[in-house]
Design a protein. Structure first.
Length: 596
């Protein structure tokens, strides 16, 4: 079968381009790691060879034989070590940057895949902390591992060289190793938990600060800036304790290493002096012994590497916590293609539980293809939860949702996202410009198509009045709540979805504008199935049918005119309008989570 290339700008083409970039990045990473390992090996070899060349140069200077050749060899070894060390620094930075970028892309992808449920478990500030500080720690692991391996090899080579010069020198060094190992082990045990608490406290402060920034108008209007600052900074006490515990553990080990390392070196040099006096080693070997002793004792500098590796471990644990979290909505194990169809929607026995209560209770609903159905009900009856199950923004605990006879749980998520389009009460401004945010789900849409969708949502006039029209950057486009909602409606109108869901997407529009927008949308969405969360009787009246929710079930599915004589039905809108006038209008916590 010949596979035709995807059209540029389509989701398939974007995914293919992403896979190509990933393969290229992996190829570059492997090449750089191989070069880095080679440079590290050259540096270690040159470092170990330096004392030998130095000893030969000293003996040649003493005997005045082959001095030029010995000096040249020493210079070559020193130059190789310096060049390798410089190359390690440059390549190490590039490798760390590559891994950081890869980790952040993976982490961001998983955060987005977790959806609203993940947002509740991992607040924004916590995610930002993991994306920035936590991700940079594990990114340094390959370089640190190479550094640690090089230090171990260098130490082992230095001890071997001491043994080859005189086994008493190696024995003297071995006597100082156990205390060094014990000191490093104690640090790792004592510092791991405070390290983790320190990063957790940082994330808590970031989360509270972002919450305060989002609610800055309420804080200023309430005159509670001082109390809010105290709330944001409350984790500082825990941060201070964790930092002090970490630094105290680090300080104790540093002091011990600062004492043990020189004592070990003095012991080795002292033994070398004795062996020189007895004629068992030469002057050049004495110089080499001093160098190798310093090289072997330098393994104490692994403490800094241990600290960095500990930071890697804590950061990796925080990243792994997100990466191993299973999304509430997962791709189907056996995907089933969604056949062409008119958009017939069926819900059978749908039950959704949230916050310890049953929001939808074995709900049944049949939506005729091409019909517009208003979903009405008192606050907390699960209107937004119901429409969220259609596009799998959340999965029901029980029951099935079908589109054109196929369960949505069996449809590949990218296909389902193209089949069901949403417009929300508070649409997110995504993209760089106004054009981008309208064409977010269809990045290949032309300017004429975007303008046509904007006109249907009564947004074209105010968009063209912006400084650069449709090319106005979003950060330079001040929008009211109603204008923001009209951009969200234009985005939904632009899609070719067979089912369109308007989740309270006209609540910020006045009645006259809502009527004009609704009529335009009815023309552009003609033939598509539409569900509209209705809080106004006029919104329900313009729909073909009304699904009246009560007690977690559909109490009635009928025309608005047929339901209006029922006092209970009229009370639904009276309560909704009173709630909107009081400024709530946001629905229950479960609905907000489903419609985020």
């Amino acid at each position: 079968m010949v596979r035709t290339p995807a059209e540029p700008g389509t989701p398939a083409a974007l995914r293919a381009a992403g896979r190509r970039r990933l393969r290229e990045a992996l190829r570059r990473f492997r090449l750089r790691m191989c070069l880095l390992a080679a440079l590290t090996a050259v540096r270690v070899a040159a470092t170990l060879a330096t004392p030998v060349m130095l000893a030969a140069a000293v003996d040649a200077a003493r005997t005045q034989e082959h001095l030029g050749a010995a000096t040249a060899r020493l210079a070559c070894v020193l130059a190789a070590a310096a060049l390798a060390d410089t190359g390690e620094d440059v390549l190490g930075a590039r490798v760390g940057g590559d891994i950081t970028a890869w980790l952040r892309h993976r982490l961001l992808g998983r955060v987005l895949a977790l959806g609203p449920q993940g947002q509740r478990r991992f607040p924004t500030g916590d995610v930002l902390s993991r994306l920035t500080e936590s991700a940079s720690g594990p990114a340094a692991f390959p370089v640190l591992a190479l550094t640690a391996a090089a230090s171990v090899v260098t130490t082992a080579g230095a001890v071997t060289a001491l043994a080859l010069i005189d086994w008493w020198l190696a024995a003297a060094f071995a006597a100082g190793v156990p205390p060094l190992v014990v000191a490093l082990r104690v640090f790792v045990v004592r510092a791991t938990e405070p390290f983790a608490r320190y990063q957790a406290c940082q994330a808590a402060i970031a989360t509270r600060l972002l919450d305060a920034r989002q609610g800055i108008r309420t804080i200023r209007a309430s005159g509670t800036a001082g109390a809010e600052a105290a709330r944001v900074l409350a984790p500082l006490a825990g941060l201070r304790r964790a930092g002090l515990e970490t630094w105290e553990a680090q300080g104790r080990v540093s002091r011990r290493l600062a004492l043990l390392a020189p004592l070990t070196q003095v012991l080795v040099v002292g033994v070398a002096g004795i062996r020189l006096a007895t004629g068992d080693i030469t002057t050049g070997q004495l110089v080499a012994s001093v160098s190798y002793a310093a090289m072997a004792v330098a393994s104490a500098s692994l403490f800094d590497t241990f600290v960095a590796l500990l930071n890697c471990q804590v950061g990796a644990g925080r990243i792994d916590e997100i990466m191993t979290t299973v999304p509430a909505v997962r791709p189907p194990p056996g995907p089933v293609p969604l056949p062409d169809g008119p958009g017939r929607l069926r819900l059978r026995g749908v039950t959704v539980r949230a916050g310890g209560r049953t929001v939808l209770d074995r709900l049944d609903l049949d939506v005729p293809p091409g019909a517009t159905v208003a979903v009405a009900g008192a606050s907390g009856t699960g209107k937004s939860v119901l429409v969220a199950t259609i596009g799998r923004l959340l999965d029901p605990d029980e029951g099935t949702v079908e589109i054109d006879g196929v369960p949505v749980a069996a449809v590949p998520l990218p296909v389902l996202r193209r089949a069901v389009a949403y417009a929300f009460e508070r649409p997110a401004l995504l993209g760089a410009t106004v054009h981008d945010t309208i064409a977010y789900a269809r990045p290949d849409a032309s300017r004429d198509e975007v303008r046509r969708a904007a006109r249907a949502a009564d947004a074209d006039a105010f968009v063209r009045a912006l400084p650069d029209g449709y090319d106005t950057p979003l950060d330079r486009a001040p929008l009211s709540g109603g204008e923001l909602q009209r951009l969200g409606l234009a985005r939904a109108a632009l899609t070719d979805a067979r089912i369109v869901v308007l989740d309270d997407a006209t609540s910020s529009l006045d009645t006259a504008t809502e009527m004009k927008v609704t009529r335009a949308l009815q023309r552009i969405l003609a033939g598509r199935t539409s569900l509209v969360v209705a809080r106004r009787p006029a919104t329900a009246a313009r729909a073909d049918l009304v699904a009246w929710l009560d007690g977690g079930r559909v109490r009635a599915l009928a025309a608005h005119a047929d339901l209006w004589p029922d006092p209970g039905y009229r009370a639904v809108f009276a309560a909704s309008e009173a709630s909107a006038a009081a400024g709530s209008g946001a629905g229950s916590a479960a609905e907000r989570g489903a419609g985020a």
